[in-house]
Ligand binder design. Structure first.
Ligand code: Z5A
Length: 212
């Protein structure tokens, strides 16, 4: 059986990743493919437990290094128990965030720099890479407004200051520039349908498949 494809969605707060994961999953299912929607941190029992430690509590609860370690521990659980078995079974896996988020949030946002994140990636993930990464880009203010509209008070990350969010936006753009074969940047400032059309166009072009 052909292996499934692994597509990751990345971007800052409120960029519309969850919305677009759902729409692309529906479009792919419309072509008869089996699709799994998942997320990071989370996506398996152990990883969801680690997620609770990461998204709740005081902003300064963890330093950047501890945060990176927790995200990679959750990622290992997610890969071993959810992502790898699904891909082996021929299922397409769409993940709301993956390792580029650690590079952007902990590497750029918390200033750990790329070296430690790349070293952890090599240890925990090895050679495995997403087939395609869609980076949803929009101005920080617009994303935070969207996220605030959805959740009262915001989680730990939404409460970090504007400079942090701008650093991680630039971090995602830098990641895309450094790996153009895997990453595409999508202007996420338009309406839901407009962004969905842009997502489908990139999936068709990069993975060579038809979509409705
Ligand atoms: N994190 C990290 O630091 N390091 C890591 O390695 C990983 C993660 C993997 C997880 O939180 C946090 O962990 C995350 C980064 C950090 N920071 N935060 N917060 P999360 O998964 O709960 O949150 P999130 O990833 O930022 O997602 P989000 O806030 O849920 O946003 P989203 O998925 O990008 O957007 P959405 O839920 O699809 O849409 C947000 C709202 O906007 C909603 O009301 C939609 O109806 C609306 N929306 C969506 N699209 C549009 C358009 N196009 N126009 C207008 N309105 C829209």
């Amino acid at each position: 059986m052909a292996k499934g494809k692994f597509i990751t969605f990345e971007g800052g707060e409120g960029a519309g990743k969850s919305t677009q994961v759902g729409l692309l999953a529906a479009a792919l299912r419309g072509t008869g493919r089996r699709v799994l929607e998942t997320r990071e941190p989370g996506g398996s029992k152990g990883a969801e437990q680690i997620r609770e430690l990461l998204v709740h509590g005081e902003v300064g609860r963890w330093d950047g290094t501890t945060e990176a370690l927790l995200h990679f521990a959750a990622r290992r659980e997610h890969l071993v128990h959810t992502v790898f078995p699904a891909l082996e079974a021929g299922t397409w896996v769409l993940s709301d965030r993956f390792a580029d988020s650690t590079m952007a949030y902990q590497g750029y946002g918390h200033d750990l720099g790329p070296g430690p994140i790349e070293a952890l990636y090599a240890l925990v993930v090895g050679e495995f890479r997403p087939d395609l990464t869609l980076i949803l880009d929009l101005p920080v203010d617009q994303g935070l407004r969207r996220a605030a509209g959805r959740r009262e008070g915001g989680d730990r990350y939404e409460r970090m200051n504007g400079g942090f969010h701008e650093r991680l936006r630039q971090g995602f753009l830098e990641i895309a520039r450094g790996d153009p074969a895997r990453c595409v940047v999508i202007d996420a400032s338009g309406g839901v349908e407009q962004v969905h059309k842009a997502v489908c166009a990139k999936v068709i072009r990069h993975l060579g498949i038809d979509l409705p």
